[in-house]
Design a protein around this ligand. Sequence first.
Ligand code: AHR
Length: 530
Amino acid sequence: MKKVILTTAIALAVTATASAADAIKATVHADQAGAKINREIYGQFSEHLGTCIYGGLWVGEDSKIPNIKGYRKDVFEALKALKVPVLRWPGGCFADDYHWMDGIGPKDQRPSLRNNNWGGTIEDNSFGTHEFLNLCEMLDCEPYISGNVGSGTVKEMAQWVEYMTSDGDTPMARLRRQNGRDKAWHVKYFGIGNEAWGCGGNMTPEYYSDEFRKFNTYLRDYTGNKLYRIGSGASDYDYNWTEVLMEKIGNRMQGVSLHYYTCSGWDGPKGSATKFTNDQYYWALGKCLEIEDVIKRHKAIMDEKDPKNTVGLLVDEWGTWWDEEPGTISGHLYQQNALRDAFVASLSLNVFHKYTDRVKMANIAQIVNVLQSMILTDQEGTGHMVLTPTYHVFKMYTPFQEATYLPVDLPTETIQVSKAYFKEKEGAKDAGYRPCPMLSASAAKTVDGSLVLAITNVSLDKAQTIDFSLEGYQAKSVSGEILTSKKVDDFNDFQHPEVVSPKAFNDAKLKNNVLTVQVPAKSIVVLNIK
Ligand code: AHR
């Protein structure tokens, strides 16, 4: 991770700048309402990986840690406040090693297995279908089940759907009733495999498409429940994968997934979550923002193959992927979460809003204790919990759920960040550059008729004054919150849980329907305009 070549690259280009003395002139177009921002864009992902489930969401009823029927109370309450719309489970790679029948029935009779993907940890299956679906009901969120194509059978998957959703006198519904649950659960989202190109079976897109068609045939819609069937989609820049699936599966699926991680240097160190240089910081944000181009290109293929827009693009794994925290168990992907992660969350959500007509869902990886999580719990089991900067962004952004997208024009200084970083050997000069705008914004008309405006200033040293003219909206009052900290590598830990936390924001003023906002360097401001 030495010899970063960004310093010169960063100084390279400026696409548009306001002089320091002048306010930047921007416009919120309330007169040009776009699509509804699907609340599922605020989705979460939970996997049997490290301490996401055990120790994170679930401690068991006999734990000393306060719990509600086995679910960690503090974590549950924090998630309830987040209005989680959808929760994906049981993986990830784990899903294609998971056999759901191991996770039902009396707990002391459930078999254990080795979690081959994630550190070889022994999985006792005490958290299974009932525990997951009951949690979703308690959180009032949609479950999103990932079915096992890689090592499972068609019969196994078909029976799982029957077990969860059949209310009739069918064999699997009877088994469910024997296990204590009378009524069928409501299960809408069902993934047919995960990362079929990799840990989900190392398939070609052609082969996977046939597998999808076969598995899908036997997944029934039981009375009162209609499955939204999701194809295991591409990773990052694999446009061919999307093309083949759209061609061969087409609208047999209602959604196709996309996975995009920030800083996924698969073949080398990914960098520390909390110790990074300014160059590494801008590099990560440039990589994060490249998701816009990636979405555009997958969307273009989908627009061509599916002009009626019947298949959604679901970014069902995204977020930062840094080195595991020193001293934690290898393979558990436990990482800290700094203010930099909050920027990745905010910038990514802004992009998802913009493409919400095709992007129907997104699931950040992952909800607790894994990768870019909302919440960290103490790995020693002392019962401490901390909310991450990413949690705060999701909370501040809740008014965007189901709001109507509004375009924003915001001129900004843009730096160019070299693409080379992990691939030093390839040479920085040949690798090309990615743009990293200093300012980004997203606006929407909320369900209660007010405006929500999020402004993200990633500049490490430059505050900005922005005059937003509000076209098509008569504003009377403004209030808001800001997320910032002294340093961009600041984070919250169990001893200092409030280092990065939202504060009331008072530097937004309305005059003649122009909203003037003074946005400090390295900050995220979310305003509610009535
Ligand atoms: O989120 C961690 C892993 O990343 C998931 O299990 C897998 O789908 C992806 O490769």
